[in-house]
Write a protein that binds this ligand. Structure first.
Ligand SMILES: Nc1ncnc2c1ncn2[C@@H]1O[C@H](COP(=O)(O)OP(=O)(O)O)[C@@H](O)[C@H]1O
Ligand SMILES: [Mg+2]
Length: 332
């Protein structure tokens, strides 16, 4: 059985608008205009045990809403889901013991306590035996490089240290499924990298199923083989990063450096000129003709350096979100 099964899951939030002004205030006592926000619209996917999947989408796309449903914090409007065979919003203790949710923007640790004290409270909650607890804290603290901060008040720690302490807290009870909502948000580049490395290693070691949201491509690009992309509440992509590049980008980027300036007009016969300053140029050329075009360019132009690259994943995703590349829902 897959670790996570999502079937036609939807969530609509209803909010009540009240236009400003006294008259509207009086009116709203009798009549309130209900406003629907379709945060998640009919998404379906499955995730196998041990997979590390990136869940990507711009702000407001529906990522957090999806994770909240999957961890049982909120009810869906329609559709269903199974996490380790349980319907999450039924909130069975057996399921709660086997999952964890970490939100980059919301800390669970007690602000005035050192992390270690919070861990002891969690140990009681999850009924972890003393020796197993000590080993676990030691092992995770080592991996996360936070042994030296375990006895410092959380409020005195840096954001990166706090995030690592949060991760340790979430993993104390060895959950089989880990939901991470923007775990690197607001962190400096070094901490981001450290957390990504930790997650990869942890996933490899313990085969924990991880679903990680980000609006930040770098996270997913370095971590996950597979990505889900959500946009306006709809799942628009579910496949590998490689498939993403091949599907949405039928071209490659030809980077050229010249010995002397070459006018743009001379370049356009080789492909679409992405940019040029005369001495350097980037051309977008069809994938299947790239080697022929490259050798022609070498013969005709004063080329002193040439490289062929994939169009950046980042760029592809940005274009999909901006509606510049056609996004196709993949049948699952
Ligand atoms: N509690 C709520 N009430 C009303 N609207 C909400 C609520 N939470 C989120 N939304 C709206 O639902 C949409 C999806 O939000 P969210 O799931 O937080 O997106 P993401 O995490 O991808 O940024 C947004 O338009 C957001 O404004
Ligand atoms: Mg969010």
């Amino acid at each position: 059985m897959p670790a996570i099964v999502v079937e036609h899951l939807s969530k609509t939030y209803y909010t009540y608008k009240r236009p400003p002004g006294l008259w509207n205030a009086v009116k709203s006592l009798f009549y309130r205009e209900r406003h629907a926000v379709h945060a998640v619209r009919d998404i379906s996917f499955t995730i196998e045990e041990g997979e590390l999947v990136g869940f990507l989408g711009p702000n407001g796309a529906g990522k957090t809403t999806t994770l909240k449903m999957l961890s049982g914090i909120i009810y869906p409007t329609s559709g269903t889901a199974y996490v380790l065979g349980y319907v999450p919003w039924e909130r069975r203790p057996e399921m709660q013991r086997q999952i964890a949710l970490v939100m980059g923007q919301k800390m669970q640790l007690w602000w005035d306590l050192p992390p270690y004290e919070s861990y002891i409270l969690l140990k009681e909650l999850y009924e972890v035996p003393d020796d197993a607890f000590e080993r676990r804290v030691h092992e995770l603290a080592e991996m996360l490089e936070i042994r030296h901060v375990l006895h410092t008040q959380v409020r005195r720690l840096s954001l990166g240290e706090r995030m690592k302490c949060e991760l340790l807290a979430a993993l104390l009870h060895r959950p089989r499924v880990l939901f991470l909502d923007e775990p690197t948000i607001g962190l400096d580049v070094v901490s981001q990298k450290r957390i990504r490395e930790f997650l990869m290693e942890y996933n490899r070691r313990e085969r924990t199923t991880i679903l990680l949201t980000s609006h930040y491509m770098q996270d997913v690009q370095e971590l996950a083989q597979r990505v889900l992309i959500i946009h306006h509440g709809q799942l628009i992509f579910d496949d590998t990063l490689r498939a993403l590049v091949e599907r949405y980008s039928p071209s490659k980027a030809l980077h050229l450096k010249f010995e002397r300036p070459v006018p743009a007009e001379m370049l356009s016969r080789f492909g679409r000129v992405v940019r040029t300053d005369g001495l350097e140029a980037v051309l977008e050329v069809p994938r299947e003709h790239v080697s022929r075009i490259a050798s022609e360019a070498l013969q005709v132009l004063p080329v002193h350096d040439i490289t062929i690259e994939e169009v950046e994943v980042d760029e592809i995703i940005r274009d999909i979100f901006a509606g510049k590349r056609e996004a196709v829902v993949t049948p699952s």
